[in-house]
Design a protein around this ligand. Structure first.
Ligand code: ADP
Ligand code: MG
Length: 684
């Protein structure tokens, strides 16, 4: 297969120093690199860069475009960024205040001009800048000479021209990051081991790593990117393959009967054509002894939960159990609040088990079969929880369902599993992530829905936004106010939300009943607030993103998101899905800083939300913007682990990775380590 891997030059970073223990770079703290003090280490950690490996795999967002080369004699302060080329005349290093340092080097070129070039915080350069050494420097003439942004020393290659710009550059200057990456390559490129078999004649991983950070031209950067993409795709595929257990046997369920008929009767609406279609596909799976592995995808508010309960009730009807597993406690509680009343009407016992809710009595009910449906978090599959007869499991919004968990669920017989997600993904990608998962899609929401009207409001006009909100409240509707997403601990975030709710109660929302929901409430308190809002004992719910998924109050018709530019696109889309759940027109007001103060990606994100409510379209925009900019501070799982792959254009690579992973899956060795790294549980 042609993958266009020719063209990565051999780099001249240090060669391997013989055997290096695997994972060495994984264990090596970035703080071991020259010039990294505690404060910088902390900022790097904020970007998920903890080890030297994390740094080396921190892919540039883009590269600087080439700049003009200027003769030193003609260099002027008005030139902006330029490149100069010449030889070192002399160099010296000196310490500056704090832990900073400066290397100044006198550079002379053929034009006869000379200039003093400044390299900040790279003391080790002094030794390399021997008189006579050739250099190519990119930078800018300032008051104190030529301030070097990127450089090549003693080499003919011109990597300084396409200097990388990193996502983390939003917080840490690019030049600083470049120094760090360069130092990491110089010191450790030799320890980057290559897990792909040499017969494949692919570029070496360490060459690709060097080239992705310091390419000689954009084409080389892309070849390097694809080499690294292949690695990560193979690792992801191996994880997916591990999840496939072809010998697993499930219990075939009989055709739907009386309980299901009653369920359809208690629903206050008829199911849509799309819901019926998904249900028919699920029924077909449940008839078989091969465990169902189906992905139910449908936009926020499209009606997946009803379908999920259907699947669970199919188990109950046959005298067995169903379980619904959600990624967070809040989400589990919200699902419970939706499912439990319906179950009660049907005489079905539904229980909640989370880390902090449930306890011994619930575990007993699960073990002796009194509990017919259990809703919960990972607590559901911990060792001390034993289902007497679990036949159907629904897994919500978990882009990866780790092998340990699946094993735990499947002790003995395997349940039928339905995965739910509101993040639509392209089909090739679904296959990559979930292996041979079948996909059902609820492509359209129930017909009585009107798309939410979204508008942007500059912070200076936030009064007008609250004015509109009050109009809805006065008409008997309810509303959400979403607090800013601050990068704080959960506890401080909760306190900020409390303060904001207090402020609103005194100011904009005086005379209204304002409730507060955040991640630090005790489960019982949280349930109580949710109940009050559901039963309209509260007019407004002020909340952190804990309402992101699952809150279901059709009478809520307006939402204000404060400082909306801080949120990710997918997150805003999920948040917005909390309104527009009834037949009435709903609104979402995104408050943000004025346009000219927004970053370009934030501006595009907000505008995309105004322009469309289509989740699939937004997912595409999100993938594009994500790669360019929006950096996920927190580690996510599954497909969002992919750093180098371009989902829309790398189909051939994805295919090739699939094939390779099948060859490699039974081999012990480095690939299993790579897969382990991905398969490690995401911290919830
Ligand atoms: P999702 O889980 O996909 O985000 P939900 O299942 O929570 O969506 O459904 C969103 C809202 O639509 C809920 O209030 C639900 O009761 C309602 N709903 C679901 N199916 C239908 C239907 N067929 N007709 C009318 N309303 C429906
Ligand atoms: Mg839902």
């Amino acid at each position: 297969m042609h993958t266009g891997f020719t063209g990565v030059v051999q780099h001249d970073w240090p060669r391997p120093r013989g055997w290096a223990p695997p994972h060495r770079l994984d264990r090596l703290d970035v703080a071991t690199l020259p010039g990294v003090g505690p404060s910088l280490a902390r900022r790097l950690r904020g970007f998920g860069i903890v080890t030297v490996r994390d740094l080396l795999f921190h892919a540039p967002r883009r590269y600087e475009s080439a700049v003009d080369r200027v003769a030193i004699a003609k260099l002027g302060q008005a030139d902006g960024e330029v490149a100069i080329e010449g030889r070192i005349v002399s160099a010296r290093a000196r310490p500056l205040r704090g832990r900073r340092s400066l290397v100044s080097a006198l550079v002379r070129d053929e034009s006869g001009g000379q200039v003093s070039a400044s390299f900040f915080n790279q003391p080790w350069l002094a030794e390399k800048l021997q008189p006579g050494t050739e250099v190519r420097l990119r930078g800018k003439l300032g008051r104190y000479g030529f301030d070097v942004k990127s450089y090549d020393i003693g080499e003919a290659r011109r990597t300084a021209d396409f200097a990388p710009v990193y996502p983390a550059a939003e917080q840490i200057p690019s030049a600083r990051l470049r120094e760090l990456v360069r130092a990491a390559l110089v010191l450790h490129a030799g320890d980057v081991h290559d897990p792909l078999p040499a017969e494949l004649e692919l570029p070496l991983r360490r060459d690709a790593l060097a080239a992705i950070h310091f390419p000689v031209d954009p084409r080389q950067a892309d070849v390097a990117r694809r080499r690294l993409a292949l690695d990560e795709l193979v690792a992801l595929q191996l994880v997916v393959q591990r999840l496939r257990d072809t010998d697993a046997v499930a219990l075939a369920l009989p055709a739907p009967g009386e309980l299901i008929a009653r369920y359809r009767g208690v629903l206050p609406f008829t199911l849509t054509e799309h819901q019926e279609h998904a249900i028919a596909e699920i029924d077909a799976d449940l008839r078989r002894t091969e465990p169902m592995q189906r992905l139910l995808q449908g936009d926020v508010g499209s009606g997946k939960t009803v379908v999920a309960l259907y699947a669970l009730l199919r188990a109950v009807e046959d005298g067995r159990q169903g379980a619904l597993m959600a990624p967070t406690e809040t989400l589990a509680e919200q699902h419970f609040l939706t499912l439990e009343p319906l179950c009660a009407q049907l005489g079905v016992r539904c229980v909640l088990l989370t880390g902090s809710g449930g306890g011994k009595r619930i575990r007993e009910e699960i073990a002796n079969g009194v509990a017919q449906i259990a809703v919960g978090t990972h607590a559901l599959i911990q060792r001390d929880v034993e289902f007497v007869d679990l036949a159907v499991a629904v897994v919500d919004e978990q882009h990866r369902f780790g092998v340990e968990q699946r094993k735990a669920l499947a002790e003995g017989r395997s349940p039928h599993v339905l995965h739910m997600t509101a993040t639509p993904i392209p089909r090739t990608l679904a296959l990559t992530i979930y292996g041979d998962l079948a996909v059902s899609e609820i492509a359209k929401p129930p017909a009585n829905r009107r798309p939410v009207i979204t508008s942007r409001v500059g912070a200076e006009r936030s009064n007008a936004a609250y004015e509109r909100l009050r109009v809805h409240l006065d008409a008997g509707r309810q509303a959400y106010v979403v607090c800013p997403l601050i990068e704080l601990s959960e506890t401080r975030l909760a306190r900020a939300a409390e303060e904001e709710a207090e402020r609103l109660r005194r100011a904009e929302l005086k005379n209204y009943r304002v409730g507060l929901l955040h991640g630090r409430l005790k489960p019982a308190e949280r349930r109580e607030v949710m109940r009050q809002f559901k039963e309209h004992e509260l007019d407004v719910l002020v909340a952190t993103t804990v309402i992101e998924v699952g809150v279901d109050v059709p009478n809520a018709t307006i939402m204000i998101v404060q400082e909306a530019d801080r949120f990710g696109l997918a997150q805003l889309h999920q948040l917005r899905g909390r309104v527009g759940r009834g037949a009435d027109q709903s609104y979402c007001l995104l408050i943000s800083r004025p346009v000219d103060e927004l970053s370009e990606t934030a501006d595009r994100r907000l505008q995309a939300l105004v322009d469309t409510t289509d989740g699939f379209e937004l997912a595409q925009v999100d993938l594009d913007l994500r790669r360019e900019g929006q950096l996920l501070g927190t580690r996510q799982s599954g497909w969002s682990d992919l750093q180098f792959t371009k989902l829309r254009s790398d189909h051939e690579l994805i295919e090739r990775a699939r094939a390779l992973s099948i060859e490699l899956r039974d081999e012990d060795g480095p690939w299993q380590d790579e897969a382990d790294r991905l398969d490690a549980d995401p911290s919830p």
